[in-house]
Design a protein around this ligand. Structure first.
Ligand SMILES: *Cc1c(COP(=O)(O)O)cnc(C)c1O
Length: 392
């Protein structure tokens, strides 16, 4: 039995910074974020560059990221839903804020009060918007035209007809026509050009109104794809925009604290389902993060369908060493094999990097069968967050 009188004295009078003791924590480098946005703005050439901050700024925090991007110079923002727009309005007082999901009856006061621009994406939304502006002052809107994605947008022919429709109300004042590429991340796809050519017709038909086609990936396809406004998201957050292309600066670092280090004998098994059997005497580090923190169960070292082909799971980073996940990721805990980390280089209480500068976001995502976007937007509520500017 452990005699607790012999354990170390803890000084309970010390005020700890919650970040220094957090079981799971996230560092967001706002300096890198701003630099990445400016980098995408440079790559956008003559086009203006928006910032896409939907889904709580890709999971990294709308308030801090939105403010940093505004300070970096962004004045056009895209959010997915009106509530995100209202939150952002506080930090971006004079910005133009586009709401990608458009507008539903009953939301018009909300859009007017927070000065949000609905991106109209269907006949129903368009008809509703016409009725709204008939009764009120005009208010900017945007038109989303489908050029082959089959997700959101007016059919091409309908959009062209609308451009020529002399009977449309004078107060109908779109400020942007936009579309979205489905395969921009694959530079060898011939389909982006098909979409480009369709969108060129739209941009011409709506001459005098700004046009926007490209998200992060499209910006890399060349200046033809830039039009008047670009809409980068993932590249600004440090994720891979184009398959196989080195991302810009890493922005987010996720870490989990080592709760326990255990010696485990060869032949014993690890985690739920005993799906990993140790082939050597091992040192295991148990960290306090799990799938409830967005460290997906599919990142497991074994025991999940993705590992059926015998591929390895995710790696963490500690003591200058890449360390593999062993067995299944659980809700609040993950077990890493630290046998190969020199003994003095890792201790209980240290943090293992889950992704960040040493384990690229997209490498971790691929191990879980997904993309960096999903790993970022899955970050749970338990991460203690710290916002830094690494250049300061
Ligand atoms: C999410 C989104 C973007 C940003 O895409 P990234 O790939 O993250 O750069 C731009 N436009 C639309 C319509 C989107 O839905």
């Amino acid at each position: 039995m452990i005699d607790i009188s012999e354990t170390e004295d803890f000084d309970n009078g010390v005020a700890y910074d919650p970040f220094d003791t957090a079981p799971v924590r996230l560092t967001v480098d706002l300096g890198a974020l701003s630099e990445n946005w400016r980098d995408m703005a440079r790559r956008s050439g003559g086009a203006r560059t928006a910032a896409v901050v939907k889904a709580d700024a890709y999971g990294l925090g709308l308030e801090d990221c939105g403010t940093a991007l505004y300070e970096a110079g962004a004045r056009d923002f895209f959010v997915a839903v009106p509530q995100e727009g209202a939150t952002l309005r506080t930090y971006a007082p004079d910005a133009r804020i586009y709401v990608l999901s458009g507008i539903w009856p009953g939301q018009e006061d909300f859009f007017f009060d927070h000065d949000l621009v609905p991106v109209l994406a269907s006949e129903e939304q368009l008809a509703f918007w016409m009725s709204v502006i008939a009764d009120r002052d005009d208010h900017p809107c945007a038109l989303h035209v489908d050029t082959g994605f089959n997700r959101l947008g007016l059919p091409l022919e309908d959009a062209l007809a609308l451009a020529d429709d002399v009977s449309r109300p004078a107060s109908f004042s779109p400020v942007l026509v936009m579309s979205h590429l489905h395969s921009g991340d694959n530079p060898s796809s011939p389909l982006s050009r098909v979409q480009l050519e369709a969108f060129q017709q739209i941009a011409e038909a709506f001459e005098g109104i700004e046009a926007s086609l490209s998200a992060s990936a499209g910006i890399f396809l060349g200046s033809e794809y830039h039009f008047d406004l670009t809409r980068p998201g993932i590249a600004v957050y440090g994720g891979e925009a184009v398959n196989g292309m080195q991302p810009l600066k890493p922005v987010a670092k996720a870490e989990a604290r080592i709760v326990q280090i255990r010696e485990a004998a060869a032949g014993s098994t690890v985690s739920y389902g005993a799906t990993h059997q140790l082939s050597r005497n091992s040192r295991l580090a148990v960290v306090s993060a799990g799938y409830a923190d967005g460290y997906l169960r599919s990142l497991s070292g074994s025991g999940v369908p993705l590992r059926a082909g015998g591929t390895s799971g995710a790696f963490g980073f500690v003591g200058n060493t890449r360390v593999p996940v062993l067995g299944r990721v659980t809700m609040d805990m993950v077990i890493f094999d630290i046998t190969d980390v020199p003994e003095g280089d890792v201790r209980v209480g240290d943090y293992i990097e889950l992704f960040g500068p040493n384990i690229p976001l997209d490498e971790a995502a691929r191990a879980g069968g997904t993309i960096g976007y999903e790993l970022l937007t899955s970050l749970g509520l338990r991460h203690e967050r710290r916002y830094i500017d690494a250049n300061d």
